[in-house]
Write a protein of this length. Structure first.
Lengths: 246, 246
DNA sequence: CGAGGGTTTGAAGTGCATCAAATAGTGTGG
DNA sequence: CCACACTATTTGATGCACTTCAAACCCTCG
């Protein structure tokens, strides 16, 4: 499934690492040290990076593409926990607890990742207090995001969940009007929001009627962001613009 | 709402702190240091410890009783994130991110807490690497638990969620037969599981029929743990006995 | 052009919520 | 120890939201 590793280019990897929250404020030499142990891997669409409960040895930095985090039940259902954009570090949580991955990770389209040994991370945490703080900070961020996630799945209905998803996509200025592209399949968005594709389709139609947004394939034009926010955020504890996501 | 602070007894507080995961492996002197800054507070049932988005100055160790973590929407709905038993530390996550609490906390019955300054925790984290590691460890545990929570709310139906809740209550030996007491109100359990009291009642009745458990008020007798697990855990990614909760 | 996946639409079913009312349980004051 | 007030829990009837199953449509790509 996994394509051959490309010849790593040290400076590129260094640059990627330096941009992560994890490495923020770390001495160059430390980042260099990590980069030296990194391998670049190209993942084809559908490729499973690791599986839930698998013994963990590596963690990853997503350089390109999208990766889905999910869990599968015995019955064969699947719960999508999150879909990560480029720049995200994942799998690092396995360093704690029982040393196994807490979910499965799969490329939802062709992707490029940096593969890094967890042992290197462990050493760095112990030697570089700054890194431990960074990690605490990002873990806290994850925790907040998950709290939001639980709230959303409990209290928002399908059209609101979609609206919320759209609003998070236009998180830039305070513009009245935004045109954006859905980042991936509608089917995948549906899964990300915990609903079936059919429900997504109908809920989006509903949202169109109720908030005046215009949908053309993967292009969404929001004429009145405020109106969408009013419709959406009533069932949520935070109002638009919501706190920045991790 | 809050009852008067009791005269703090240093040794008791020390003992409570020492038992937490947070302080595990910490030098006695450090624990002593924390204990010196702690205050004991009695909370009456219903008392709000802190509110979501409130500027955070304190974190807490629950010595007695139960505390509910929740978020409220503009519409007045509430999502219960968790209900903490005695021994738990809470509010400490506010040390990271924007310095505000990520949820509201409320005593669901009369409770006793240790109140501790977040500044003390911050200093300790910076000076005592072991504490940073403990915190990372417990944060990672929370993250896992929340992942499970998201999965449960997405994939389990009402009777299964209740079954899962019961199974987590009898997590001791591998006994065939268990009799247990519900730790708090059925209404509260319902909220904790993301359902209405009426639904809880009906779902419990359903569970009784389907798995042969016997319910007498707050007493639940599980004749065949295996049978309950079979019924419940099909819609979950982990089978009984599930991983220990944080 | 045709195959195949993504998306939409329709019809019917299921599960949980809601509203309303009955019942059980608990603590209080007499 | 009883009656009352109040809350927790159960039960019934009904509605809405999401799912399921099925089929049509649409779009892209070989």
């Amino acid at each position: 499934m996994t394509a051959a590793a490309l010849k790593p280019r040290r400076t590129e990897m260094h640059a990627l690492l330096a941009r992560t929250h994890l490495c923020h404020g770390l001495p160059e030499s430390r980042i260099e040290e990590l980069a030296a142990q990194a391998a670049v891997k190209t993942l084809l669409k559908g490729c499973v990076v690791y599986s839930h409960e698998e013994e963990a040895s590596w963690f990853y930095l997503l350089a390109q593409g999208w990766v889905k985090l999910f869990r599968e039940t015995l019955d064969g259902d699947e719960a999508v926990l999150d879909i990560l954009p480029a720049g995200h570090v994942f799998g690092e949580t396995a360093l704690f607890g029982n040393g196994r991955y807490g979910a499965s990770a799969q490329a939802v389209e062709d992707a490029v990742v940096l593969v890094l040994p967890l042992t290197a991370l462990r050493r760095l945490i112990e030697e570089e207090p700054r890194l431990a703080l960074n990690m605490l900070d990002s873990m806290a961020g994850f925790r907040r995001q998950q709290e939001r996630e639980i709230e959303h799945r409990s209290l928002q209905n399908a059209p609101q969940r979609i609206g919320c998803f759209l609003l998070r996509l236009c998180d830039d200025g305070g513009r009245q009007t935004v045109t954006l592209h859905l980042p991936y399949d509608k089917t995948l968005i549906a899964a990300r929001l915990g609903m079936k594709p059919e429900t997504f389709s109908r809920a989006l139609a509903r949202l169109r009627e109720d908030t005046g947004i215009v949908v053309q394939g993967a292009t969404v034009h929001i004429g009145d962001v405020r109106r969408l926010a009013d419709y959406t955020c009533g069932a949520c504890s935070s109002t638009y613009p919501c706190e920045d996501k991790e």
